[in-house]
Design a protein around this ligand. Structure first.
Ligand code: ATP
Ligand code: MG
Length: 149
């Protein structure tokens, strides 16, 4: 189904702004105006990555930038937070089912499935998900999907 990117993203941003009033959320769309995708699957990925960015940030620094760039045959969704970061040796583990890093930010009810689920969804959409991170500085999750229009 064809989605208007700007409208799709701002809907999630608005929902989270209401849910978490202390969350600073920004987004920028460059290049494409519309995108052909499954909005339910892509929405689940958004949901999980935005939720993580909030959970794994210091309460004073809850900030997330979502950049959407259309480059050649791909559309790239970057989720850039200023959270607690992820140690280098954990970067491959966090996409495994039930894997969680023990820290003070783990809440009751997190089971360690969010990123495993995101990875499954993104693979199903013929895309890929990658992460870069620096402890105490923040993380960037990048979802690359084929651009078909
Ligand atoms: P669930 O998503 O099932 O509620 P969860 O958030 O613990 O639980 P994942 O979303 O799969 O599970 O994330 C796995 C682990 O990766 C988390 O426990 C957390 O330690 C780390 N993590 C995920 N996103 C971030 C982020 N944006 N910044 C820092 N650490 C993160
Ligand atoms: Mg999660």
């Amino acid at each position: 189904e064809e989605i208007v990117i700007e409208a799709f993203v701002s809907r999630y941003i608005d929902t989270f702004k209401i849910k978490y009033p202390d969350f600073k959320l920004y987004y920028k769309v460059s290049g494409a105006h519309t995108f052909y995708t499954d909005p339910v699957l892509l929405g689940s990925v958004f949901q999980n990555l935005i939720e993580n960015a909030y959970k794994y940030s210091h309460p004073q620094k809850r900030e997330l930038r979502i950049n959407i760039v259309h480059e050649k045959r791909n559309i790239v969704f970057s989720f850039i937070d200023r959270g607690i970061g992820i140690p280098r040796e954990e970067l491959n583990n966090i996409f495994k089912k039930f894997y969680r890093i023990e820290n003070q930010y783990n809440q009751n009810g997190s089971v360690g499935l969010g990123l495993a689920f995101c990875k499954e969804l993104v693979n199903f959409m013929d895309g890929e998900i990658t992460v870069q991170s620096k402890v105490n500085e923040g993380s960037e999750f990048r979802v690359t999907l084929p651009y078909e229009n």
